[in-house]
Design a protein around this ligand. Structure first.
Ligand code: CAA
Length: 259
């Protein structure tokens, strides 16, 4: 699976994906997008992969955005296609049936911030910086930034970042709800791994159904609640649910089998 622009390491069910273009601060060019598309194809289907950590190579950047050199050559139609391609990929990450953690190790700007926002949770190194600087380029975000940022931090705070293009610290990103946790840079991967291990110790079917249910939070409330009820019913048909409730009553730890 190793491709030089995206490194892949699988250990204890956790796939560690590392965007590997540190010389350009891990800017997301066509090759990186293609490699991420292939990686998520595998993540969706490979039962050996149970969780994912996404990070950037080097100490400076998670990803400093779409590759500006590549973008600068696009016309309107190609720009639209490019945005749709990035959006499709980021949607696929957001809808991944396995938990995906962004381990933001440095700059998460433009497409890099959008990529982090497409992950289920975000852990940031205390040295990380976030922003949507597209306005400085005479551009707007194209990989979901105008939509996911509003949903994560609220319209006013999103507009403040989008309209100024300013960079904010990991601490500020935490204050506004853009990241889940800020941790010392040298503990970032360890913390992301520990979080995933906790999640993976739960009933795998319930984890999957939770991800599915929370994805429905973008629907109108009535439709989201209907989806929740369906998935709640589905959970009850599983062996894991029977085991979980039996273990509770027998005062022991459940042994989930993912069925
Ligand atoms: N695309 C292409 N190359 C990039 C890049 C990007 N997004 N970001 C950085 N690089 C390159 C630089 O050109 C530089 O290359 P050279 O050594 O060949 O000159 C190298 O990475 C190192 O960068 P700097 O010398 O600029 O490093 P710095 O520490 O002085 O500054 C920075 C760091 C503030 C992040 C600065 O690099 C920067 O502002 N980068 C651009 C950030 C940006 O505007 N991102 C948005 C892109 S558009 C987008 O993402 C649209 C979308 O929504 C899909």
């Amino acid at each position: 699976m190793n491709n030089t622009t995206l490194l892949w390491e699988l250990s204890e069910g956790i796939a560690l994906l590392v965007i590997n273009r540190p010389e350009v601060l891990n800017a997301l060019n066509g090759q990186v997008l293609e490699a991420l598309e292939a990686a998520f194809e595998r993540i969706y289907t490979d039962p050996e992969v149970r969780g994912v950590i996404l990070t950037g190579a080097g100490e400076k950047a998670f990803a400093a955005g779409a590759d500006i050199a590549e973008l600068s050559g696009l016309d309107a139609l190609r720009g639209w296609e490019q945005a749709r391609r990035g959006q499709r990929l980021f949607d696929r990450i957001e809808r991944c049936p396995k938990p995906v953690v962004a381990a933001v190790n440095g700059y998460a700007l433009g497409g890099g911030c959008e990529l982090a926002m497409a992950c289920h949770v975000r852990f940031a190194a205390d040295t990380a910086q976030f922003g949507q600087p597209e306005v400085n380029l005479g551009l707007i975000p194209g990989y979901g930034g105008t939509q996911r940022l509003v949903r994560l931090v609220g319209r006013g705070r999103a507009l403040e970042l989008l309209l100024t293009g300013e960079r904010i610290s990991a601490e500020r990103a935490y204050q506004i709800g853009l990241v889940n946790r800020v941790v010392p840079a040298d503990r970032l991967l360890e913390e992301a791994r520990a979080f995933l291990k906790t999640v993976l110790s739960k009933g795998p079917v319930a984890v999957r159904l939770l991800l599915e249910a929370v994805a429905a939070a973008d629907l109108p409330l009535e439709a989201g609640l209907a989806r929740e009820a369906e998935l709640f019913g589905l959970a009850m048909a599983t062996e894991d649910f029977r085991e979980g409730t039996r273990a509770f009553m027998e005062k022991r730890k459940p042994v989930f089998r993912g069925r």
